[in-house]
Design a protein around this ligand. Structure first.
Ligand SMILES: Nc1ncnc2c1ncn2[C@@H]1O[C@H](COP(=O)(O)OP(=O)(O)OP(=O)(O)O)[C@@H](O)[C@H]1O
Ligand SMILES: N[C@@H](CCO)C(=O)O
Length: 307
């Protein structure tokens, strides 16, 4: 009997909501687990090429972290991992892998942790809740975190709001993108960013989509990360002129997120795609542009664990 856990990608920050605001996207990491005589780890598909096929795999290490947390050993397992979430692009691949691992280990060990306990552990491992909370809960999530416990509030995605993501081909790991940020900020920049994060959250909760462009400005991370992401400054400055409701670096980058309106005939993104393609051409970048809905449901657990 096979247990199957499916966890969506996520886009964190949404501009000023650094480390606390994110949304779920319908690209999935899937982890299948069944009992086996010895541990086997099988990463499948091009996206996971190069990830380890043994106990050093990030997914298995996260499962062991849960086993240690609850003081119960994992049995021998056969694990298969597939992912449509591109790695190290700012779309929450590590959070999807982590949440899949924790949900699987928790099911294998007889559900010692509640979903709330899983969110706390995932936030501690990731260091912040802005990817793991939407990956677990779906929709848009604002979450505080005190280093031990997360307090999430899920926001139902507003009607008529979609997401366009530009996913460059190059990777940028989160540690590097965090290392370029300063250790302290002026009061002015802190107030600027906190007020814009509050307005972004309120605009999303109330469906006041016309406020997003103004609201999604940030002074904590994007100005410093722009040097690592060619074209980011131009997209943030000009996407609104090409139909975007707002734009932000997705997570730690290099992907960029633009909000768009979804009308009766679907996403209204023709002009936005042309603009993003022009920016990529001007910067000599290759990559993909996807229109996606916000994923409403979050992680799912199917099947049963056994031999
Ligand atoms: N399905 C997976 N299986 C094994 N390892 C994974 C998997 N998904 C992610 N990882 C590990 O996580 C790393 C990427 O994590 P990183 O935090 O740098 O980027 P990200 O999570 O994709 O982006 P962001 O946090 O900005 O949204 C990969 O290089 C790999 O080591
Ligand atoms: N809030 C995190 C998300 C990526 O893990 C960051 O921007 O560094």
């Amino acid at each position: 009997m096979t247990l199957e856990v499916r966890v969506p990608a996520s886009s964190a920050n949404l501009g000023p909501g650094f480390d606390c605001l994110g949304l779920s996207l319908p690209l999935y990491t899937t982890l299948r687990a069944r009992q086996a005589p010895t541990l086997t780890v099988v990463p499948r598909g091009a996206a996971l090429a190069g990830t380890p096929a043994d106990a050093t795999n990030y997914v298995y290490r996260c499962m062991e972290a849960l086993a240690q947390e609850v003081g119960r050993p994992l049995p021998a397992l056969h694990l298969e991992i597939e992912s449509a979430v591109p790695l190290a692009r700012g779309l929450g691949s590590s959070a999807a892998a982590l949440v899949a691992a924790l949900l699987t280990a928790n099911a294998v060990l007889g559900e010692p942790l509640t979903r709330r306990g899983l969110l706390d552990l995932a936030s501690r491992i990731e260091g912040h809740p802005d990817n793991v909370a939407p990956a677990l809960l779906g929709g848009i999530v604002i979450a505080t975190f005190d280093g031990q416990r997360a307090q999430p509030l899920r926001i139902e995605p507003p009607h008529g709001l979609g997401v366009t993501v530009l996913i460059p081909e190059f990777e940028l790991n989160t540690a590097k993108a965090r290392s370029v940020m300063p250790p302290t900020y002026s009061r002015e920049d802190a107030v600027f960013t906190a007020s814009h994060a509050a307005l972004t959250t309120a605009a999303l909760m109330s469906g006041r989509l016309e406020l997003l462009a103004e609201a999604m400005q940030d002074r904590l991370h994007q100005p410093y990360r722009a040097a690592l992401v060619p074209g980011l400054e131009r997209i943030l400055a000009e996407a609104g002129e090409h139909g975007a409701l707002g734009a932000a670096l997705s997570g730690a980058g290099p992907a960029v997120l633009c909000f768009h309106r979804v009308g009766h005939a679907g996403p209204e993104t023709g002009a936005l795609h042309l603009f993003l393609q022009r920016v990529m051409a001007a910067e000599g970048l290759s990559g993909r542009i996807l229109d996606l809905p916000i994923e409403p449901d979050g992680a799912s657990v199917l099947g049963q664990f056994g031999e």
